[in-house]
Design a protein around this ligand. Structure first.
Ligand code: TMP
Length: 213
């Protein structure tokens, strides 16, 4: 039984997740919650090694199936080693991406079988689902422009075609439409403050619905 609360952030490239996650983690910590901020791929030493393989631009030979399985491997390690133990002690876990990303990127983006991805996700997560997910949604062109101007080098996934990224956005919106209660869509073209106000108020409403240690 988990007594904690699990929040995930999702979005296409350049959606501003990282800034929002840092702010939320800081405010929850100030409110005296025990918070663990983490990310996928990664979140553990082994996951970080897998992340390096996945994002390395030299790995252009990586097949879509290998890619899917590496994301799942990183997730399995993350859930078992970090997320579940933190939730069991009543903490809040805030993760930059989780299982929905495989549906959006490998399912819609790479066009791999969605049922298979769900099964793999169930195996990797041991059935764990976020209590609350924020989907920061914005047009692909705006996000990629932001990603390009903020960094010199784009990673292997960011370098994908505009069509790929458009399919990913469609995938995320489909996930949100299927689970409107868990997945809260936030318009990420708004200012950082406007976006955060929505995230903070939704989090405050949702947190007390689950007992916190
Ligand atoms: P990040 O840039 O948000 O840290 O995520 C790394 C990249 O990995 C990003 O382009 C999204 C991608 N990704 C997938 O394709 N599938 C997944 O399951 C996850 C977690 C991330």
């Amino acid at each position: 039984m988990n007594s904690g609360f699990f929040i995930t952030f999702e979005g296409t490239e350049g959606s501003g997740k990282t800034t929002q996650i840092h702010r939320l983690t800081e405010d929850l910590t100030k409110a005296e919650h025990r918070v663990k901020m983490t990310r996928e791929p990664g979140g553990t030493d082994i996951g970080d090694q897998i992340r390096t393989i996945l994002l390395d631009v030299d790995n252009s030979q990586l097949s879509p199936t290998s890619e899917l399985m590496l994301y799942a491997a990183s997730r399995a390690q993350h859930v078992g080693q970090k997320i579940i133990p933190a939730l069991k002690t009543g903490g809040i876990v805030v993760s930059d991406r989780f299982a929905d990303a495989s549906v959006a990127y490998q399912g819609y983006g790479r066009e791999l079988d969605l049922t298979l991805i769900q099964q793999l996700n169930t195996m990797a997560t041991n059935g764990l689902q976020p209590d609350l997910t924020f989907l920061l949604d914005l047009p692909i062109e705006i996000g990629l422009q932001r990603a390009t101007t903020s960094r010199d080098n784009l990673d292997r996934i960011e370098r994908e075609t505009l069509e790929f990224h458009r399919r990913v956005r469609t995938g995320y919106l489909a996930v949100a439409a299927a689970e409107p209660d868990r997945v809260q869509v936030v318009n990420a073209t708004q200012s950082v403050d406007e976006i955060y106000q929505q995230i903070w108020s939704i989090t405050q409403v949702r947190l007390p619905t689950k007992a916190l240690a």
